[in-house]
Design a protein around this ligand. Structure first.
Ligand code: ZN
Length: 411
């Protein structure tokens, strides 16, 4: 370790505080060089290592969201501190290395990835192992889907369906968004022992490999997989190209991808009933979370640390937020909404933005008061209730609507 042109402290001597390295620096520019040796993980956080009991093959992949980059490499870990990354990877010679960008083998077992555009630390990704890969191209970009070898026949059986959904969503997003896909490749890796559904690493989306179906499944399960493909792809623009400044806006990240995923799947594929699925499975999750003592506004005002941010990862941040966004699109008109989104991408690409920036971008394309809408729907908790009563006296018929709550409704 060394600090150039600074105090010249040797960090080897500095004890870690909660796995953080305290730095006390004098005024002026400093250059920090760190060499670190880190452990693999068995919890799905950091760089997870898995040995397949079927054939003894080993795979590793990263999951750095939300603050797990600290388990893989040292970094100034804040979403608004973006950097370009140059990765070189050394592996056993029969492995393939996937990263955020195009990655090629230089010599046996030595891999080099193209320099990434500016991305946040939580979005850096590597997946390495003797993958079974299906590679193709779309609009001049390398597309790949990957899984562990023992699942190869099952991925092969569904490859055409997965790639068809991928291409259809990719094309539809290019009709909606003016910014072209911001990265140089699009790999989707189905990885073992994954904690979540999927993760939107730029150019390398990781999915739980339960999505590689090994037995007969329902159309609803196939639709769910398609939905996750569409959701993660929406993040390539909203989340990866334009990233939240801080974790208080995680709901916007997720709700946008949720809204866009369902909507785009409906428009671009044969899954045309996705909003019914949303109403049954997702929205109820939001209603449930919103009527508990632990409810919180869709857009919380105070998220002091990453632990607090993770507490908000619930039906409110995903489903209620997506419902509110869908209602916002209806209220503004889709044309105005997409114009606002494109302004937002243009203003903040390869950088960061807040909820206020988002609302400002939308407000540029409408006369309606989007800020007041945000205050009424995003900064409040709980549900409004509309109750109807019908009076059917002879020769008259009267409908009365009672509104319990504070938000404006149109029926
Ligand atoms: Zn998401």
């Amino acid at each position: 370790c060394r600090v150039v042109s600074g105090a010249g402290i040797c960090l080897k001597e500095t004890p870690l505080d909660d796995n953080r390295l305290p730095l006390t620096l004098t005024a002026g520019d400093h250059e920090l060089h760190l060499h670190a040796t880190m452990r693999y993980s068995r919890t799905g956080e950091g760089m997870h290592r898995f040995t397949d009991p079927t054939d003894g093959e080993t795979y590793v992949y990263t999951q750095l969201f939300l603050d797990n980059v600290q388990h893989v490499f040292p970094a100034f870990d804040q979403p608004d501190l973006k950097a370009t990354f140059d990765l070189t990877v050394t592996t056993p010679t029969n492995w393939t290395v996937l990263t955020n960008s195009n990655t090629h083998q230089q010599t046996d077992g030595h891999w080099k990835a193209a320099t990434t555009p500016p991305i946040s630390t939580y979005l850096v990704a590597i997946a390495a192992g003797p993958w079974h890969s299906i590679r193709t191209q779309h609009r001049g970009l390398p597309f790949g889907i990957h899984c562990r070898r023992s699942l190869a026949p099952h991925l092969d059986a569904d490859a055409e369906e997965i790639l068809h959904i991928t291409r259809a969503c990719f094309d539809r997003y290019h009709e909606k968004f003016e910014e072209p896909y911001p990265f140089d490749s699009y790999d989707q890796a189905f990885v073992p022992e994954f904690n979540a559904g999927a993760m939107e690493n730029p150019g390398l989306v990781t999915f739980r490999d339960e999505f590689v179906y090994r037995s007969a499944v329902t159309d609803t399960e196939r639709q769910t997989r398609a939905m996750v493909i569409a959701h993660e792809m929406a993040h390539m623009w909203f989340g990866d190209l334009v990233t939240l400044t801080w974790w208080d806006d995680i709901w916007l990240n997720e709700s946008f991808a949720e809204y866009m995923g369902y909507q785009t799947l409906t428009e671009a594929t044969h899954y045309t009933d996705t909003w019914t699925d949303f109403a049954i499975t997702r929205k109820a999750w939001g209603y449930d979370a919103d009527q508990r003592p632990t409810t919180h506004p869709v857009a919380p005002t105070q998220v002091d640390d990453t632990a607090t941010a993770l507490l908000n990862f619930d039906g409110i941040s995903y489903a209620k937020g997506a419902s509110a966004l869908r209602q916002l699109v209806t209220w503004l008109g889709e044309k105005n909404f997409l114009a606002g989104i494109n302004t937002h991408f243009r203003r903040h690409k390869f950088a960061n933005a807040t909820l206020t920036d988002f609302i400002d971008s939308l407000a540029a394309h409408t006369d309606r008061d989007v800020h007041a809408w945000a205050d009424a729907w995003l900064r409040t908790t709980g549900v409004d209730t509309l109750t109807t009563t019908v009076d059917t006296r002879p020769s008259t018929w009267t409908l009365t609507l009672r509104h319990h709550g504070t938000r404006p409704h149109r029926t």
